[in-house]
Ligand binder design. Structure first.
Ligand SMILES: [Zn+2]
Length: 312
């Protein structure tokens, strides 16, 4: 008989969920989030009929704690196994999953669903700042426009749209994306310089923002999309098709699933798409493993409702 992934114990019961999250976040046994104590002889698991699930007591600082403390799960009333279901769905859906769908699935308020998904995006956010393109590799750079900036009248060009810059390391297959204020060279080039090694060859389109890139990097190849040129016919390594492909997944998701996104929250949606892409199937990362990687990112990523408020 077919078996759903949601038959796994961590999705079905709180006991299963706590055991799973503890095994992921505490591979060497519980760690006290108050004082950092990880001496297993000095931590006691509290057990008793009326004791809260997963409760431990630290004998160093004498404070109680659970694995939820100090993570995105803290101060949330949602059961842990439901959190894990949502994390799994967000990790397994290539184009994302709408807040409305989460709200229906959990039968919670839209506010709860919205905040929940944003906290998971925080967990997905990578802190990696290692520059791309070491050892003379190729890095593709491109920008795209999406949605509409608040308070800006719609015009024909892209001025009223939100702007995103993407860097893609062709050797490692990793992408890095960020929201940018505008597409001038003064804005774009410092970001590229901070994220790409000088020995790299960079590939862009003919946008003027990249005009002087050749001065800084080992090589700069361009194609003219305006003239319908997507690969340089003399040197077929010159193209930015990989990063274009990245943007196409991102845009299909943003248009189809997350229609209403303001600039204030755009960086978290970027983190979500980037996370799935950088941990994609091509690297033999299954949905389950991808969800585990996201889960390990929940620590120290507390996002309060105030800092991520729905209003504005
Ligand atoms: Zn302690």
């Amino acid at each position: 008989m077919a078996k759903s992934v949601f038959d796994a114990p961590q999705f079905k019961s709180e006991e299963g969920a706590f055991a799973y999250v503890e095994a992921q976040l505490w591979p060497n046994g519980p760690v006290c989030p108050h004082c950092g104590n990880c001496d297993q002889g000095r931590i006691r698991k509290m057990e008793g009929k009326t004791t809260r699930l997963g409760l431990h007591k630290c004998n160093e600082c004498r404070k109680p704690f659970t694995v939820r403390m100090g993570t995105i799960f803290e101060s949330s009333h949602l059961a842990l196994h439901l959190w894990l279901q949502v994390i799994h769905l967000m990790c397994a859906s290539k184009k994302g999953i709408s807040t409305r769908q989460i709200q229906r699935m959990l039968q919670c308020s839209m506010k709860t669903a919205w905040f929940l998904t944003h906290r998971i995006r925080e967990a997905m956010r990578s802190g990696d700042v290692t520059p791309f393109g070491g050892n003379g590799g190729v890095v593709e750079v491109d920008e795209t426009f999406i949605g509409k900036k608040k308070g800006m009248p719609k015009r024909r060009a892209f001025h009223h749209k939100m702007k995103v810059l993407a860097l893609l390391d062709r050797d490692s297959g990793q992408a890095r994306t960020m929201v940018i204020e505008d597409v001038r060279a003064e804005t774009i080039m410092p970001i590229v310089l901070a994220n790409v090694e000088r020995e790299a060859r960079i590939m862009t389109d003919e946008h003027s923002g990249y005009r002087d890139a050749g001065k800084w990097f080992a090589g700069h190849g361009t194609t003219s999309h305006g003239r319908g040129e997507y690969v340089n016919l003399e040197d077929r390594t010159i193209h930015s098709n990989t990063v274009e492909g990245y943007f196409s997944i991102f845009k299909r998701g943003m248009k189809g699933v997350y229609q209403h996104c303001t600039e204030q929250h755009l960086h978290r949606y970027l983190a979500e798409f980037e996370f799935r892409y950088n941990n994609r199937e091509k690297f033999e990362i299954s949905d389950t493993v991808r969800a585990e990687i996201a889960l390990r990112g929940v620590v120290g990523k507390r996002l309060t409702y105030k800092t991520a408020s729905l209003a504005n």
